[in-house]
Design a protein around this ligand. Structure first.
Ligand code: SF4
Ligand code: F3S
Ligand code: FES
Length: 248
């Protein structure tokens, strides 16, 4: 059974824009991205949207749907009433390039600022075996599809452009936590998290966790444990050294 939905889509560029209304045919089983593609085939052929997999795995189709940060390819039309206006806008935290496409290079910059995995000198490939428990501890974080919905949602940067320079955001603080949990990583991640990547800005509101399409417990499993380790170490630097030495 098909019906006609009322779509309201933000159209514009970095200078100006407006919400434009479109009627759109909806068929059973369709998602918001299907409707955007239909608009591109019909009334809005120059509508810009970023997407790739249509399976919730590439992280490209992030946008705000009725004010909620979502993946358009994973948002089913049957979650809206047939007479509900469906408003689609670009991610708010990043600059608009055109229509629904934003410039997410903030995230690439933050990724580059984190030093890569640093095994101790002299350890050759194959000389060290990770315990299963160490693998499991960080496996959850590897599910990240880099959709940046968490980065877009965190209030530290969402309404505070001025914080962007000092704050890596939940996705990259989680990356630091992951590296810090690695038994073979020898870099001093905790001090850097606090002093260079803005861990102290996070006041554990958990909005990042709420929007993660991979259901990663960013706050509970990455950010809070990292904060706890930073506090332990602040009061007792021997704790940090001991952890590094005896976890191997
Ligand atoms: Fe997206 Fe979740 Fe990764 Fe954040 S942690 S970028 S919300 S998949
Ligand atoms: Fe932001 Fe998540 Fe912390 S939303 S404040 S990074 S818990
Ligand atoms: Fe790949 Fe939506 S198109 S996650």
């Amino acid at each position: 059974m098909s019906y006609w939905a009322h779509f309201r889509v933000w159209r514009g560029d970095s200078d100006k824009g407006e919400l434009v209304d479109y009627p759109a045919e909806v068929n059973e089983g369709e998602v918001v991205l299907d409707i955007i593609h239909r608009l591109q085939q019909t009334e809005a052929q120059d509508l810009a949207v970023r997407w790739n997999c249509k399976a919730g795995k590439c992280g490209s189709c992030s946008m705000e749907i009725n004010g909620r940060p979502r993946l358009a390819c994973m948002t089913r039309m049957n979650t809206f009433a047939e007479d509900e206006v469906v408003t689609v806008t670009p991610l708010r935290t990043f600059p608009v390039i055109r229509d629904l496409v934003t410039d997410v290079s903030f995230n690439y910059t933050k990724a580059r600022e984190i030093p890569s995995f640093a095994p101790p000198e002299g350890v050759e490939p194959g000389e060290y075996r990770m315990q299963q428990v160490d693998v499991e501890r960080s496996q959850e974080f590897r599910k990240c599809i880099e959709c940046y919905l968490c980065q877009n949602t965190c209030h530290v940067v969402r309404d505070h452009e001025e914080n962007k320079e000092a704050f890596a955001g939940p996705r990259y603080l989680m990356r630091i936590a992951e590296l810090d949990m690695h038994p073979l990583d020898s870099a001093d991640r905790q001090q850097a998290a606090q002093e260079e990547h803005g861990l102290g800005y996070c006041n554990i509101t958990k909005c990042c966790t709420e929007v993660c399409p991979e259901h990663i417990k960013i706050t509970d499993n990455a950010l809070i444990p990292l904060k706890e380790r930073v506090v332990d170490r602040k009061y007792d630097p021997v704790v940090w050294l001991g952890n590094k030495l005896f976890r191997r």
